[in-house]
Design a protein around this ligand. Structure first.
Ligand SMILES: *Cc1c(COP(=O)(O)O)cnc(C)c1O
Length: 234
């Protein structure tokens, strides 16, 4: 092994990190007058060695997020044989040519971000008879380079998902601009979800998940705080 850590200490670290993140979520929920069970921790193990995923699974974590279809496909099917109750969320951009694999693999698709994708997902779900829960990604900062529906277009898009595309939507997700106060974006996303009667609100990452919980997140997506820094592939 080139890594100085032994697998055991890694597993212990990850169990401890998970416990810490879970406690911070529960504390933030209670401080906001919320029931901690209303917040789901989505553990983001992208790019991390699979030993770390297994350590999280051994520590009882079952909900995971991945941002690439191929990577998730390489890691999760064999783990589902051992842990059948794994719940897998797609949190990265989805190309229409990967829709078939995504519908087959994921329980939740958080990144519905354009009409063409919504149509392709609805068609593929009908074909497979499998219906992953869907979230619309909202570009809360209206960043030109970023995916997502603009806040002022969310109502229209949701309506079309319902009536035209035949794709039921469970919630909204956002990735706030890196250089801005995330609380403003969390408040906006929570308000949009409430206005449109959506139960799911996916927001908050390692640096800001407690804030997200205070603003009503039902799902926080946490990677680094559980698994450590992501190392570039060798
Ligand atoms: C990688 C990623 C996360 C986790 O980020 P951390 O800062 O490591 O917690 C959350 N959401 C999305 C969409 C990501 O791509």
């Amino acid at each position: 092994m080139t890594n100085a850590e032994t697998p055991n200490s890694t597993a212990t670290d990850i169990a401890a990190n998970l416990a810490e993140v879970r406690k911070a979520i529960a504390d933030a929920a209670r401080a906001a007058g919320r029931d901690p069970s209303g917040v789901t921790l989505v553990a983001v193990g992208k790019v991390q060695p699979v030993e770390k995923l297994d350590a999280a699974l051994e520590a009882g974590q079952r909900v995971f997020g991945e941002n690439r279809v191929q990577e998730a496909k390489a890691k999760f099917p064999e783990r589902r044989e051992r842990w059948p109750d794994i719940e897998l969320h797609l949190i990265g951009p989805l190309q229409t040519n990967k829709v078939k694999e995504a519908v087959a693999l994921f329980d939740v698709i958080q990144t519905v971000d354009r009409p063409k994708l919504a149509v392709a997902l609805a068609e593929e779900m009908a074909k497979q008879g499998k219906h992953p829960r869907c979230y619309v990604e909202v570009n809360t900062g209206a960043e030109p380079q970023k995916a997502g529906i603009l806040p002022q277009e969310v109502g229209d898009f949701l309506e079309k998902c319902r009536t035209e595309y035949g794709l039921p939507i469970e919630g909204l997700m956002c990735i706030p601009p890196a250089d801005e106060e995330p609380a403003l974006h969390f408040a906006l996303l929570a308000d949009l979800a409430k206005r449109h009667g959506l139960a799911g609100i996916s927001m908050g990452m390692s640096g800001d998940y407690e804030t997200a919980v205070r603003f009503g997140a039902t799902h926080v997506r946490v990677g680094t705080a559980i698994f450590g820094e992501r190392k570039p592939k060798e």
